[in-house]
Ligand binder design. Structure first.
Ligand code: ZN
Length: 483
C-alpha cells in the first residue's frame, strides 16, 4: 500500500505547487496548457488513491496491529475511500464537473449582481451535496452533520448549536452597546509597496517563519499551502493605501505556516503530514494575528522598527493611536474584512442558513431575503446588492458546506490557547522582550508536532486538560470590547 500512497502524496505535492504557482507568479498565457497538465496529474492522483489494491489492503488492515500514526493514516484513508464507495462513480464524476463549472458562474453572477442567474446551479449543488451526505450518513445522522464532521471531527450540530447560541446571546448585545457610540472615520495611511514588502519579510522572520523551508509570495487573496513540512508557501498582499492590511495578512499566514513547519518529520509525505483540521489551523493563524499581533505587548517590542521601516505611514503616529486603529470594531457587510468582534456573527449567519438549506426549511430562491434579514437583525446593516450580500463568498459555489464554522471555531480555540498560555508562562513578558521562541516551542510540543494524528479535542485535552470550551472566547471578547 505504501507505494500507492507515496505516489499519491508526490502527485498531491505537484498539484499543490501548480496551485500556488497559479495564484502567484504563473503567466496568464500558460493557464490553458497548464490546466491540461493539472488534469492529467489529478487523474493519476485519483487512481493512485482509489486503486483496488489500496482498497483491499485498507479493508484488511487491523488497527490493533498498528502504531498510533499508522492508525491515523489508515483512518484518514478509510474516510476518503468511504466517500467514494458510497457514491455511484458516474454521479461523483458529474458532481466534480458541476463543481468545476459552478465557481465560474458564481463569479459572473457576482460581477453582474445576478443571484437569479446563479440560483439554479446553486440549487443543484445543494441538492447533490445533501443527497451524497445522506448516502454517507450513519443511522440517525443528519446529512449536514456528515459535512460538518468532514471538516471538523467531533463538532456536529449538537456541539455547534450551543456554541453559536452563546455567540448570539453574548456578542450581539456587546455590539449593540458599542454602536451607541459612533467611531470617527479611520485615518488613511499609505506607504510604497517596496518598503512594505521589506517590512513584511522581516516580520515573518521575526515571528519564526523558516525561510530555509518556505517561501513568501504575493497574491490577491492571501493563503498558505505546503508541499510538505520542508516547503511551506505563503502568499500575502500589499496595498499602497493600506499597509495594515498586508501586515495582518502576513501575520495570519505566518501563523498557518509555523504550524505546518513544526509538524514532526515522521509524518512527512503521509496523509497526516499537515495540520489536523481547518478549525485547528485557523486557531493558530488567528492566535498569531489577533491574540498576539494586535496586543500592546507584541508591538511595544517592534513598533519603533515599524516606524523606521514605514515612516510615510507610521512615522508620526504614537503607539497608542496605532493600537486603537488595529483594534477598531464596527459592523460591516463583508466577512473577510470583519474585525474580531463581528467576525463570528458573519459565520453565525452562514451556519444558520446552511442548516436550513440542509433540513429543507429554506429554498435557494429565498436565500437573498433570508441573508439580508439576518444581517439586519444581527449586525444592523443590510446589503444594497446581492454581490455584497449572499454572493460574496465562493464557498457554496465550490460545494463547501459545513466549512464556515471552522473559522469561528478557530477564533474560539485561539482564545482558549491564549488563556492557557497565560496560566503557564509570562506571555506579555515574552512578547515585550521580542523573543517568541518559547511560545513557538510550546505550541510545537503540544499541538503542531502531531500533524493530523490527533484531532482537535484530543490536542486541547493533552495541552490543557480540557476539550473545547467556548466560554474562553466569549470572555476574551467581553474583556476586549466590553465597557
Ligand atoms: Zn486562515
Amino acid at each position: 500500500m505504501q507505494e500507492y500512497l507515496e505516489k499519491a502524496m508526490a502527485l498531491q505535492a505537484a498539484l499543490t505547487m501548480f496551485d500556488w504557482d497559479a495564484e502567484t507568479i504563473a503567466p496568464e498565457g500558460g493557464a490553458g496548457c497548464t490546466a491540461r497538465v493539472v488534469g492529467v496529474l489529478s487523474a493519476e492522483y485519483f487512481s493512485a488513491m482509489t486503486n483496488p489494491r489500496v482498497r483491499q489492503l485498507a479493508a484488511a488492515c487491523r488497527e490493533e496491529e498498528l502504531d498510533a500514526s499508522q492508525r491515523a493514516v489508515l483512518r484518514t484513508l478509510r474516510r476518503r475511500l468511504e466517500e467514494l464507495e458510497k457514491i455511484p462513480p458516474e454521479e461523483y464524476r458529474a458532481f466534480r464537473e458541476l463543481l468545476a463549472r459552478s465557481p465560474v458562474l458564481w463569479k459572473q453572477a457576482k460581477e453582474k449582481n445576478d443571484f437569479a442567474g446563479f440560483a439554479p446551479v446553486l440549487e443543484q449543488v445543494v441538492q447533490t451535496s445533501r443527497r451524497f451526505a445522506a448516502l454517507r450518513a450513519k443511522e440517525g445522522q443528519a446529512p449536514y452533520d456528515v459535512l460538518l464532521e468532514d471538516h471538523e471531527e467531533g463538532f456536529p450540530m449538537a456541539v455547534l448549536d450551543p456554541f453559536f447560541q452563546q455567540i448570539k446571546e453574548e456578542i450581539i448585545p456587546l455590539l449593540r452597546r458599542r454602536q451607541e457610540k459612533p467611531l470617527s472615520p479611520a485615518p488613511r495611511r499609505s506607504c510604497p509597496v517596496e518598503k512594505q514588502r521589506e517590512f513584511n519579510l522581516w516580520l515573518a522572520r521575526y515571528l519564526g517563519f523558516d525561510f530555509a523551508r518556505g517561501v513568501v509570495g504575493e497574491t490577491e487573496h492571501p493563503f498558505t499551502t505546503s508541499l510538505h513540512n520542508h516547503d511551506v508557501r505563503i502568499a500575502t498582499h500589499y496595498y499602497e493605501e493600506d499597509p495594515a492590511s498586508g501586515i495582518f495578512s502576513t501575520i495570519h499566514e505566518t501563523g498557518h505556516a509555523i504550524y505546518e513547519q513544526q509538524v514532526d518529520d515522521k509524518y512527512n509525505l503521509t496523509l497526516i503530514g499537515g495540520g489536523t483540521s481547518s478549525g485547528m489551523h485557523e486557531s493558530q493563524s488567528r492566535f498569531f494575528e489577533n491574540n498576539l499581533g494586535r496586543s500592546r505587548a507584541f508591538w511595544s517590542a517592534i513598533y519603533e522598527k515599524l516606524q523606521k521601516m514605514l515612516p510615510e505611514a507610521y512615522g508620526g503616529v504614537p503607539l497608542e493611536e496605532f493600537l486603537q486603529e488595529i483594534n477598531r470594531a464596527e459592523p460591516g457587510l463583508i466577512r473577510t474584512e470583519a474585525d474580531e468582534l463581528t467576525y463570528s456573527l458573519h459565520i453565525l449567519i452562514r451556519y444558520e442558513l446552511e442548516k436550513q438549506l440542509f433540513d429543507g426549511t429554506l429554498f435557494v430562491s429565498d436565500l437573498p431575503a433570508a441573508w439580508n434579514e439576518k444581517y439586519r437583525e444581527y449586525l444592523g446593516v443590510v446589503p444594497a446588492s446581492d454581490s455584497e450580500g449572499v454572493l460574496q463568498d465562493i464557498h457554496w459555489a465550490g460545494g463547501m458546506f459545513g466549512y464556515f464554522p471552522s473559522y469561528a471555531l478557530g477564533s474560539a480555540i485561539a482564545a482558549q490557547v491564549e488563556a492557557h498560555l497565560r496560566s503557564i508562562m509570562d506571555l506579555d513578558g515574552a512578547l515585550r522582550s521580542g523573543s517568541l521562541g518559547g511560545i513557538r516551542s510550546y505550541l510545537k510540543e503540544h499541538l503542531h508536532q502531531y500533524g493530523g494524528e490527533k484531532k482537535t479535542n484530543e490536542l486541547l485535552l493533552g495541552m490543557m486538560g480540557e476539550p473545547f470550551q467556548p466560554g474562553y472566547y466569549i470572555q476574551y471578547l467581553k474583556n476586549k470590547f466590553g465597557e
